[in-house]
Design a protein around this ligand. Structure first.
Ligand code: ZN
Length: 297
């Protein structure tokens, strides 16, 4: 059903923070989803909850192949503010120590089970939004991560069924305030400052990423390469992680699982590398795009 041009469904949330609407990223423009068909929910989370991603894909495909009806609302992508693809996710679940190369750099044994922690959903931020260094802690660094977005209510999911719970993927930056993270012993506060979870630029649907366990992943501060690895280094793969989490808590449409970061993290370097106001952080994953965030005080 896909035109020969290699049509890809990339869902974005665009507009002012807190008022983002679902859009389709089509080349250089963003088309409002509910302007293609008024029956579609106006938010990405709403589309996921209604189980209408496939409907959006076929409507969008028909719309693009057809007359591109003038009643649709579209804006130039470069003029829009993009939010987190699911800015109102119910939870953001992260994995610590889930890359073999990252465990090696810390001279730690790979964990026997996934190590889970949470970030406050209010930390979710757009792919080009600024990262603000909090006044309480200047030792802030970034982590390149592949994030999974859940597409349906998932509880006690078997590993073999777990990929059916995936709506799609996005790039994620797990920003951390390291002094607070260590000092509190609980990671929650140090990982949850506002702006500490840039993600996007789009939710790339599962069928567009044939093998999420074979993607190049990298981060840069300004021009300096920081991390460069592949998602094949993941210790616990995506179905394992979804199944494991779903034995403990119900995953809801729009929930974000950040699958951990590879080697090269700033705090573990010698000397350590932290973000400073004026820096630009770039996080990139093959096929998914890139986050470019300016750092401010
Ligand atoms: Zn992380």
């Amino acid at each position: 059903l896909r035109p020969s041009g290699g049509w890809k469904l990339r869902l974005v949330s665009y507009g002012e923070r807190g008022k983002e609407r679902a859009g389709l990223l089509l080349g250089e423009e963003i088309v409002d989803v509910s302007s293609i068909d008024g029956s579609f929910p106006s938010t990405v989370r709403g589309i996921l909850e209604a189980g209408r991603v496939a409907d959006v894909a076929s409507a969008a495909e028909a719309w693009e192949a057809g007359d591109r009806a003038s009643r649709t609302t579209s804006i130039a992508a470069r003029e829009a503010r993009l939010g987190a693809p699911v800015p109102d996710a119910s939870k953001v679940i992260c994995l610590g120590l889930n890359y073999a190369d990252h465990a090696r750099e810390q001279q730690k044994e790979p964990p026997a089970a996934p190590l889970l922690f949470a970030k406050a959903p209010s930390a979710l931020s757009g792919p080009h939004d600024e990262i603000a260094i909090p006044k309480q802690d200047e030792r802030v660094d970034c982590e390149a991560e592949l994030a999974v977005v859940i597409g349906r209510i998932s509880r006690n999911v078997a590993r073999g069924e777990a990929m059916n719970s995936v709506a799609g993927y996005m790039v994620f930056n797990d920003v951390s305030a390291r002094t607070i993270q260590r000092g509190d012993r609980q990671w929650f506060r140090g990982k949850s400052f506002d702006t500490f979870a840039p993600c996007g630029p789009a939710l790339v649907t599962r069928d567009e990423v044939p093998d999420p366990h074979s993607l190049a992943i990298a981060s840069y501060i300004n021009e300096m390469p920081l991390q460069s690895s592949r998602t094949s280094e993941l210790i616990f793969d995506i179905p394992y992680v979804i199944s494991y989490i779903s034995q403990a808590m119900t995953l809801l449409p729009g929930d974000v699982i950040a699958t951990g970061t590879p080697a090269g993290v700033g705090v573990f370097r010698d000397p350590p590398v932290f973000l400073k106001p004026g820096d630009t952080v770039t996080i990139e994953i093959e096929s998914l795009g890139r986050l470019v965030s300016r750092v401010v005080a």
